[in-house]
Write a protein that binds this ligand. Structure first.
Ligand SMILES: [Zn+2]
Ligand SMILES: [Zn+2]
Length: 355
């Protein structure tokens, strides 16, 4: 009874199935923090049920459970109960709002909707949120878009984001991460937010090329012309992408200048202009060293001066150019047709079932 008063108690056997049905997406969250400890608790008016090795703990509102790495497994501690297993699964009891708060103590706390799976990999906890695909789309649109982006640009982003979640494959332990490596994702936006409306008004809509869903790439600003995969030195497979002029970006993309030491910083022989070269230098010198792929090189003595404009790889949808088109009155279909030539819009359910 003490436990009940404190807000947690052990439950009998009934097991939580690993949910991976169509319509959900598995997002590895908070991975940039490499957590070895996490706390998780239910949002208001909910009960969070945690299952570890076929035993279950219910965590009530106002309480939480602490997870940590213990001998390569997950230790889950809530009140007087300590359970250890290779995986902790968490689900909000039916009836409540399906939201829980996940925190890296002292670092970050976020609220998610969906179910939770936490395992251990390479000595750190790997939390994965299994969330409704459309909610993930709205969350990524909110996190990836500039404040004040026009509604039609948000809709174009929503279709690109959804297509990416359907067709890209970037991780083995889960579907996607919550960082810019895949798509940036934070908490779900409000029910009446522009991102939620953009997702709802394009619900289920994806980009296809020759009947297959395109894992639609996008970047902040191309600098004046987008790139094909070949231009960016990326392996062509499926949709090749096309280089299109981006008039708005040409005049409005942020300009930048970087000076690198030819001696220490740069291997000039292997691939300036490619995305791999840019990422190699940025990993070494910081992510603002070469912000985008639209630039000119100028060697002076042992210095390499790089002047460019735009941010990101410049392949696919250009967010700045898209906002410019939307401000001119173009619809999201026009924007997608422009940045993804030779693609069609389709319902994901039909595109998925096509051979
Ligand atoms: Zn990723
Ligand atoms: Zn552009």
């Amino acid at each position: 009874m003490l436990a009940r008063r404190l807000g947690f108690f052990l439950l009998a056997s009934l097991s939580i199935a690993a949910s991976s049905f169509a319509g959900t997406v598995r997002i590895g969250v908070l991975s940039l923090f490499h957590p070895t400890e996490l706390t998780v608790g239910p949002a208001s008016q909910s009960v969070l049920v945690l299952e570890v090795a076929h035993r279950r703990i219910a965590v009530r509102e106002g309480s939480d459970a602490r997870l940590r790495v213990a001998d390569g497994r997950v230790e889950c501690r809530s009140g007087e109960f300590v359970l250890i297993g290779s995986m902790v699964r968490g689900e909000i009891q039916p009836g409540g709002p399906a939201a829980f708060t996940l925190s890296v103590p002292g670092r970050i706390s976020r609220e998610y909707q969906g179910s939770l799976e936490v395992s251990v990999r390479d000595g750190v906890l790997v939390p994965v949120v299994v969330m409704d695909l459309e909610l993930a789309v709205a969350s990524a649109v909110a996190a990836e878009s500039s404040p004040g982006a026009p509604p039609e640009a948000l809709k174009a982003q929503a279709v690109a984001t959804r297509s990416y979640y359907f067709a890209a494959h970037r991780h083995t332990a889960f579907g996607f991460c919550d960082a810019t490596h895949c798509q940036f994702l934070r908490e779900p936006p409000g029910a009446t937010s522009p991102a939620m409306i953009a997702a709802a008004s394009t619900r289920g809509m994806v980009l296809t090329y020759r009947g297959k869903i395109v894992p639609a790439l996008f970047s902040a600003s191309c600098g004046g012309r987008t790139r094909s995969l070949r231009d960016a030195g990326m392996a062509p497979q499926g949709y090749p992408y096309y280089s299109v002029a981006c008039e708005y970006c040409l005049h409005h993309a942020p300009r930048w200048k970087t000076t690198l030491s030819l001696e220490n910083d740069v291997d000039i022989q292997s691939g300036p202009g490619t995305e791999a070269w840019r990422l190699r230098i940025d990993r070494k010198l910081g992510w603002s060293a070469i912000p985008g792929n639209h630039y000119q090189l100028n060697a002076q003595g042992d210095a390499l001066i790089i002047q460019g404009s735009g941010q990101g790889h410049g392949v696919g949808l250009c967010q700045l150019g898209s906002a410019g088109m939307a401000a001119e009155g173009k619809a999201f279909q026009d924007i997608l047709n422009y940045y993804f030539p030779n693609t069609s819009l389709a319902d994901a359910a039909d595109a998925e079932s096509s051979p």
